[in-house]
Ligand binder design. Structure first.
Ligand code: AMP
Ligand code: MG
Length: 376
């Protein structure tokens, strides 16, 4: 299949292009498009075949459900059975925006879209191209991130092309995304809302609107019975992974720098090419190596936006080993570390060497020992 690639003005997309892309979707085809979080791979959410094609193009397990994207609030009751007051309140503040809410679904949503679940995840993205496209496609676009399953999510149309060229009908390129991490997912199917995936909207922001919010125990290593099964099936899978072996080093700033330099020197001695992922404040210490400075800890927006891109760039450079600082920033640290830990397959080394995350005690198959969600 030939994939058509079209550049668009992010604020004022050409209506003719949007109409054509909408027609492709209405006919069961696939179109990748920008949102404010990451690029999405869109298909008609109410069309069984289209959602089947999404799984095939991404190589995604078919029990990992898709998020349905809508552009207008009046479309929500068509696909979900019940909308609690609190969900309306959250939508009021955060839609359109980086928020996905899970509800009980209506039969009109095919089981392929919901990965066989009786619930459906819904989001209203905050991007003119996405909103126009959803309307042109008839109102409901199922769209997971537009990457090959397991690879870092795409923050540029170029990343989509790397993974999906020849497998989908069209890619709409409106430049780099603003946020760079996938949406915050909140489940509303139980009495008390529950955070299933951390994102740009952190716990503090959720609690401002919702009051009590539970956190899926799977995010911090399982519940008291040792049940690790996350409510968002996608959180189970190894994800975002670069080709190189990625290790996170955590601890005090100075100790982290020292440990990374030691590990890097050892790897180099063993004949390996080393890439280092660092924040602005410390990147200068690694000038002997291929270092990617992804932004300041003070304004973690750059770190969030640059993370997936940096992982892909290391792949392109062909490094064998990536050593990363940890980024436990106050605002988005929970979401950033959630993605980074997954990308690293939970490989974390303590800069102090023998702490709970030290190599001696570290079980690579075990759950992350860290409470992944650690917003203040
Ligand atoms: P992606 O769009 O690639 O970021 O993946 C969508 C995420 O939403 C995955 O982690 C899914 O498991 C999750 N998700 C989608 N639908 C549901 C649902 N009905 N209940 C819980 N999680 C969901
Ligand atoms: Mg994804």
């Amino acid at each position: 299949m030939k994939t058509e690639y079209v550049r668009l003005d992010p604020q004022h997309p050409d209506p003719e292009v949007i109409r054509r892309a909408g027609d492709i979707l209405k006919n069961g085809g696939l179109v990748a498009f920008p949102t404010e979080t990451v690029y999405g791979l869109g298909g008609d959410a109410l069309n069984v075949e289209a959602s089947g094609r999404i799984y095939a193009a991404k190589g995604r397990p078919s029990n990992n459900p898709l998020i349905v994207h809508i552009a207008d609030m009046e479309h929500l009751p068509t696909i979900v059975t019940e909308i609690p007051e609190k969900a309306f309140a959250l939508a009021n503040v955060w839609w359109p925006g980086p928020l996905t809410m899970v509800f009980n679904k209506r039969d009109i949503v095919p089981d392929t879209t919901s990965g066989g679940l009786s619930t459906v995840a819904v989001r209203m993205p905050n991007h003119p191209v996405a909103l126009e496209l959803i309307r042109a496609a008839g109102g409901y676009i199922a769209a997971p991130s537009a990457n090959t399953s397991g690879r870092p999510s795409p923050t540029l149309a170029e990343h989509v092309r790397e993974d999906l060229d020849g497998k989908i009908d069209m890619i709409l390129d409106a430049g780099e995304v603003r946020i760079g991490l996938e949406s915050t997912i909140v489940d509303f199917t139980d009495e008390v809302p529950m955070l299933l995936r951390p994102g740009y909207i952190n716990m503090e922001k959720l609690e401002e609107v919702l009051g009590e919010v539970l956190v899926d125990p799977a995010l911090s290593g399982g519940n008291a019975d040792g049940n690790m099964r996350p409510k968002a099936p996608g959180m189970m899978y190894r994800h975002y992974a670069p080709k190189a072996e990625l290790t996170i080093v955590e601890g005090d700033e100075a100790a982290v720098v020292e440990k990374i330099l030691e590990l890097a020197a050892n790897a180099r001695k063993a004949g390996k090419t080393v890439g280092i992922l660092a924040a602005d404040e410390t990147a200068g210490a690694y000038s002997d190596y291929r270092v990617r400075d992804i932004g300041s800890r003070r304004t973690d927006k750059e770190i969030a936006r640059g993370l997936f891109k940096a992982l892909r760039e290391f792949d392109r450079d062909g490094v064998d080993v990536i050593l990363s600082e940890s980024f436990e920033t106050p605002r988005m640290g929970g979401a950033i570390m959630n993605r980074l830990l997954k990308a690293a397959g939970n490989r974390v080394i303590s800069a102090r060497g023998d702490g709970p995350f030290g190599p001696k005690n570290f079980d690579p198959k075990g759950p992350s020992p860290r409470a992944v969600y650690n917003e203040p």
